[in-house]
Write a protein that binds this ligand. Structure first.
Ligand code: ASP
Ligand code: MG
Length: 317
C-alpha cells in the first residue's frame, strides 16, 4: 500500500509522463477506435445513443462508499452517477434499444489501487434492450467485441505487435460457465484463476442471488440464481462486462430489496415508477472502456489507458 505522502502527484511530472511515455498516445488511439467501433456495431443494429446522466436522485445501489458524492440542490438530494441502470430501464420504454457512453464515479477504497482494473471515475458503454433475454445481449456484445478487436488489428498492427502480439480475435459464440461450475473447478479465487486459464473471453452466468442487486432478475425456475452475467477476459484480465435481465415488477423489486437490506426510501422515485406498472422486462449490460483498452494492449493497469486517470487512493489531475 502506498503511503499517504506518495499518493500526491507532481502535476508537472505527470504532464511530462503523458508527453514522454508513448503508451498514453497509443492507448488513446486504440481507445478512440474502441468507441468508434462499438458505436458503429450498435448503431447498425438499431440502437439509439443517449446522453449520459451525471447526477441524479437515483443511482445504482452498488456497494461503494459515497463519501462526498452526494449533494443537495433546491431541496432535492442528488448523487454522482455510479451507474445509469435505473435510467436505462426507463429509457428502453422510449427506444427499444439504447446505449450511453457513460462516465461513472464509484469511490473505491485504496485497497483497489493495484488491482490493475479499478479507477474511481471510469467510462462504460452501457446498453439496454427492451423485452430481451440475456442471450440476445450476448449476441450483440459478442459482435461488438469481435468487430472491435478485428478493426484494431487491421488499423493498428504496429501497436498490437508492440503491446500484445498474441491478441486473439475471439470466436462466436463465447463459452458460458456457471459460477457453480467455476467454483467447483477453481475454488474461491475462481474468477482470477479461470481468467488465467483461458485464451478467449467467456460469459460467467448464474450469479448467486445474494451477490448482486435488486434489479438483477431472479431466475423464476431456479430462485437461488440470477439471470445475470459477467464477461471475463482471458489471460488474467478478469471482469469486462456486468449485466443481466432486469426485475421490473414492484412486488418482486420490494422482495429483493428486503433480502439485501437495501433501504427502499433511497429508491423512492424509482419505486413509484415500478408501482405505477410502467417498467417492462429488459436486459442489458455495461462494458468498461478503460478495461477493454487494457486487455487489447495487455497493459498492467487501466491508469495507463487514458489521460487524467483516477486511481483509487491516489491523487490525480
Ligand atoms: N451497467 C451494468 C448493467 O447494465 C451494471 C454496472 O454498471 O455495473 O448491469
Ligand atoms: Mg461488475
Amino acid at each position: 500500500m502506498k503511503s499517504v505522502e506518495s499518493r500526491k502527484v507532481d502535476t508537472v511530472e505527470l504532464v511530462k509522463e503523458y508527453l514522454e511515455n508513448p503508451v498514453y498516445k497509443e492507448a488513446t488511439i486504440v481507445q478512440a477506435e474502441i468507441l468508434r467501433s462499438i458505436r458503429k456495431v450498435l448503431d447498425e443494429k438499431g440502437f439509439v445513443e443517449l446522453l449520459p446522466v451525471t447526477v441524479s436522485p437515483i443511482t445504482d445501489p452498488l456497494n461503494h462508499p459515497h463519501f462526498g458524492t452526494e449533494f443537495e440542490y433546491y431541496g432535492q438530494k442528488y448523487s454522482v452517477t455510479k451507474s445509469m441502470i435505473l435510467h436505462k430501464q426507463v429509457a428502453v420504454l422510449v427506444h427499444k434499444k439504447i446505449y450511453i457512453v457513460s462516465p461513472n464515479v464509484r469511490l473505491e477504497t485504496e485497497d483497489k489501487m493495484n488491482t490493475g482494473r479499478h479507477l474511481f471515475d471510469f467510462v462504460q458503454i452501457d446498453m439496454e434492450m427492451l423485452e430481451a433475454s440475456r442471450e440476445e445481449v450476448f449476441d450483440v456484445m459478442e459482435d461488438a467485441i469481435i468487430y472491435t478487436v478485428e478493426k484494431i488489428k487491421e488499423k493498428y498492427p504496429d501497436i498490437i505487435e508492440k503491446y500484445h502480439p498474441t491478441l486473439k480475435t475471439p470466436s462466436k459464440p463465447f463459452k458460458r460457465y456457471t459460477v457453480k461450475e467455476l467454483k467447483e473447478k477453481y475454488g474461491d479465487d475462481y474468477e482470477k484463476k479461470a481468467s488465467l486459464d483461458v485464451d478467449e473471453p467467456f460469459w460467467m452466468i448464474d450469479i448467486p442471488l445474494m451477490e448482486r442487486e435488486f434489479y438483477d432478475k431472479q431466475d423464476p425456475e431456479r430462485p437461488e440464481v440470477l439471470l445475470d452475467f459477467d464477461l471475463i477476459y482471458p489471460e488474467g484480465f478478469e471482469e469486462a462486462i456486468s449485466g443481466g435481465e432486469r426485475e421490473h415488477e414492484y412486488e418482486q423489486i420490494i422482495k429483493r430489496m428486503k433480502l439485501k437490506n437495501t433501504p427502499p426510501e433511497e429508491f423512492e422515485e424509482y419505486l413509484k415508477v415500478a408501482k405505477a406498472g410502467l417498467l417492462k422486462h429488459s436486459a442489458g449490460c455495461g462494458i468498461g472502456v478503460e478495461r477493454f483498452t487494457r486487455w487489447i494492449l495487455g497493459l498492467d493497469h487501466v491508469e495507463n489507458t487514458r489521460l487524467f486517470a483516477k486511481t483509487p487512493g491516489k491523487h490525480s489531475i
